[in-house]
Design a protein around this ligand. Structure first.
Ligand code: CMC
Length: 428
């Protein structure tokens, strides 16, 4: 007999099935809970709530394990390309040479964006945050490809939207950056690989020849792979919940970009570098900032530290810390905040407050230092995270659609006023 969980409410016993994942994760299936008992579960922040069954990414926060479709993140970061990882996440298998060539060619073919997008871009002031610009541009694709709005579109049409989004995202990111600088935009060059093409669109100027540095391109490839998916989290679950209303891929991903923007999620990478700069400007006394982070009357948190799921170490942070030393060395860049970051990490990891709460550096702690060494400006860091996370969002949206998941609609415990009679106090 399959495993059951028993819940006893006011002396009455109810049985619920226990379901198990392929990596032995266990959940109590309470989908009939309200019907049977009249109760709902209360789990603010969804700390214990499984919202879906997913075959995309596996994460073990206690052991520091992260795998995409069964492949360890360490192997993919070392050996694969971002585009290959995108294919893996979205279609479930590593592509054969021919499948990869077709995928790559289709992406090249769709990397241009409609010229009218420039008019939308021009509507933004140059000081607009590029995350807001990016989410708007991604959503604007619904206007250029209205067939993407049809919930009953064919699989081929869905695939077209997927290819378009992967192909156009680097162009939109680079254009958002050029706009913020008041510089002319660059068009994609199809001969270049995905990362090199992106760097060209970001950094080439009409007045000088731009040659992509392979060290920079390889570093970008690693960072994008490390960010490509992270199972359920604030932005991914946003994509899924928006998609569950049968909203389009572009609309759902645009919502995901906004969810990623916040400082507790993807916005942390920008906050980390600003924090490290502030510590440096303040004289570099890391103990003072560790004390501030521990002080419950001070809203300051050590940005890039702590994670909802990782309670031992974040495997992405380990890879990034090592890559940070390698890349800065190869590029001959010395960033004084790298030393501050290492000192801060050491101070926090040996402090009882952080040890007790299992707070470790997360993916964002060192990524900003690398982005800065690659020439990416600080306000673009979260946009880079979005570029990396795109295949994950797409894969999760596609899976939700294929599984025909119902519309997401949580419940609540109402705590407001009960019945009151209206008393007229203001004339209509
Ligand atoms: N600095 C100081 N104290 C912290 C920190 C921190 N960075 N993170 C958590 N704590 C404390 C927190 O005050 C609480 O203490 P107490 O139990 O005494 O009230 C305890 O640790 C548990 O924290 P929480 O906020 O309940 O944990 P959470 O799982 O809700 O939050 C988090 C996880 C990532 C939002 C949080 O650790 C945080 O705010 N970190 C800084 C922001 C950051 O780096 N975010 C990027 C996350 S990784 C990238 C991504 O995938 O989004």
């Amino acid at each position: 007999m399959s495993k059951q969980a028993e819940i006893i409410i006011e002396g009455k016993s109810y049985q619920f099935p226990v379901i198990e994942g392929t990596e032995n994760e266990k959940a109590i299936d309470i989908s009939k809970l309200r019907d049977l008992t009249g109760h709902i579960t209360y789990d603010i922040g969804y700390k214990n709530t499984g919202v879906t069954k997913s075959a995309i990414t596996y994460l073990d926060g206690e052991e520091g394990i992260l795998k995409y479709r069964g492949y360890p993140i360490e192997q993919l970061a070392e050996k694969s390309s971002f585009l290959e990882v995108a294919y893996l996440l979205i279609y479930g298998k590593l592509p054969t040479a021919e499948q990869f060539k077709n995928f790559d060619t289709s992406i090249d073919r769709h990397s241009m964006i409609h010229e009218d997008v420039k008019k939308i871009l021009d509507g933004f002031p140059s000081y607009a945050h590029p995350m807001g610009v990016l989410s708007s541009l991604v959503c604007s694709l619904t206007a250029f490809y209205p067939e993407s709005l049809d919930p009953n579109q064919t699989e081929e049409q869905v695939d077209n939207s997927i290819i378009r989004l992967i192909a156009k995202m680097p162009t939109m990111v680079a254009w958002a950056y050029k706009k913020s600088k008041g510089r002319p935009v660059n068009y994609p060059i199809n001969d270049l690989d995905y990362c090199s093409n992106f760097l060209h669109m970001m950094f080439a100027n009409p007045t000088e020849k731009y040659i992509v540095d392979p060290v920079v391109s390889a570093a970008l490839n690693t960072l994008l792979i490390l960010h490509a998916d992270h199972e359920q989290n604030c932005s991914t679950s946003t994509v899924r919940i928006v998609g569950s209303s049968q909203a389009s891929l572009f609309g759902s991903v645009s919502a995901g970009i906004n969810a990623l923007w916040g400082p507790l999620h993807g916005g942390a990478n920008q906050e980390v570098i600003e924090m490290l700069d502030a510590i440096k400007a303040d004289g570099g006394d890391v103990q003072k900032w560790v004390a501030k982070a521990k002080d419950k009357n001070d809203p300051f948190r050590l940005m890039g530290f702590g994670h909802r799921v990782y309670k031992n170490f974040d495997p992405r942070a380990r890879i990034i810390k090592k890559a940070c030393d390698d890349i800065l060395g190869k590029l001959g860049v010395s960033d004084p905040v790298l030393d501050i970051a290492k000192e801060l990490e050491h101070a926090a990891l040996t402090d009882q407050y952080f040890v007790e709460r299992k707070l470790y550096p997360n993916v964002d702690f060192y990524s900003g230092i690398i982005y800065r060494a690659l020439g990416i400006p600080v306000n673009m860091f979260t946009v880079m995270f979005a570029l990396g996370r795109l295949p994950g969002w797409i894969a999760q949206w596609k899976e939700l659609r294929e599984n025909k998941e119902p519309i997401g609609r949580p419940r609540q415990i109402y705590t407001g006023e009960t019945d009151r009679d209206y008393v007229e106090m203001n004339k209509r």
